[in-house]
Write a protein of this length. Structure first.
Length: 238
């Protein structure tokens, strides 16, 4: 079974603060996206990586991938992204050639995921799961609230789900290609769209399973995450 990785990298990175699109920001001198592409290409299972670039940055991303040494047994494609993550993933799926049976969807914003986690996800799909999510037990207690009517006002708590049953999900999420394409073609989400591909498959009514994630698969979202990511890279080099 042939596996491709789709890497949505078209976001602005608003929560990271002003600057270049998040995926193009450097971590210890190398763009976050290049780390993420390497993380996918490091898996022997992955034969194609589809990068979904900012719509005005396709040329720049192609140049970046050419400049950095990437494993040559993997093919690379760059396509323009959309206004939401969901749209960007769909555009990446549209670019997949025939002959790909398994699709990983991996955030460019999770540049440091270890190859063992990638392989664990692929294995679970090969073993027959149609949707696989790497996840860790929730560290914080999570509360559901009634969003405040005005910003800054206290928010009433609605519920406290049992933490032992909660998981914080990561990427790469792995899918039977047909199931994921079907979910993207039929499941409607309002607002900013789905932030999680497995959630779309759940809405189809198909089974989704969780496998162990990894601490280093954390998402670079806020400025402090950049500090952590650079520290992890420095430790790997030590
Ligand atoms: N993404 C994308 N297209 C979009 C929005 C997001 O491809 N229109 C990608 C991001 O590039 C990122 C991944 O989806 O790799 C996860 O999204 P997130 O962490 O929210 O990144 P951003 O949307 O860039 O950040 P922010 O929400 O802070 O603006
Ligand atoms: Mg976002």
């Amino acid at each position: 079974l042939r596996t491709a990785a789709v890497i949505p990298a078209a976001g602005r990175g608003v929560r990271l603060g002003p600057g270049a699109p998040k995926a193009l920001r450097a971590l210890n001198g190398t763009p976050m996206l290049v780390h993420a592409v390497r993380a996918m290409a490091a898996s022997r299972a992955v034969s194609l990586v589809v990068v979904v670039a900012p719509a005005d940055g396709v040329g720049e991303v192609k140049r970046l991938l050419d400049e950095h040494a990437l494993p040559t047994r993997t093919d690379y494609l760059v396509v323009p992204g959309g206004d939401t993550r969901q749209e960007s993933v769909r555009l990446g799926l549209d670019a997949l050639p025939e002959g790909i049976d398994i699709v990983l969807v991996h955030d460019a914003a999770r540049p440091l995921v270890p190859v063992d986690t990638v392989d664990t996800v692929v294995e679970a799909v090969r073993d027959g799961a149609v949707a696989v999510v790497p996840a860790l037990p929730a560290a914080d207690t999570v509360k559901e609230v009634e969003p405040a009517a005005r910003p800054g006002e206290p928010e009433p708590v609605v519920a406290t789900p049992d933490r032992s049953r909660l998981r914080a999900v990561q990427t790469p999420q792995g899918f039977d290609r047909e199931t994921l394409v079907n979910a993207h073609a039929t499941v409607a989400f309002g607002g900013d769209g789905a932030t999680d591909d497995a959630g779309m498959v759940e809405r189809l009514g198909a089974p989704v399973v969780v496998v162990p994630g990894h601490e280093e698969a954390f998402k670079v979202t806020r400025p402090l995450d950049l500090v952590l990511a650079e520290a992890v890279l420095a430790r790997r080099r030590a």
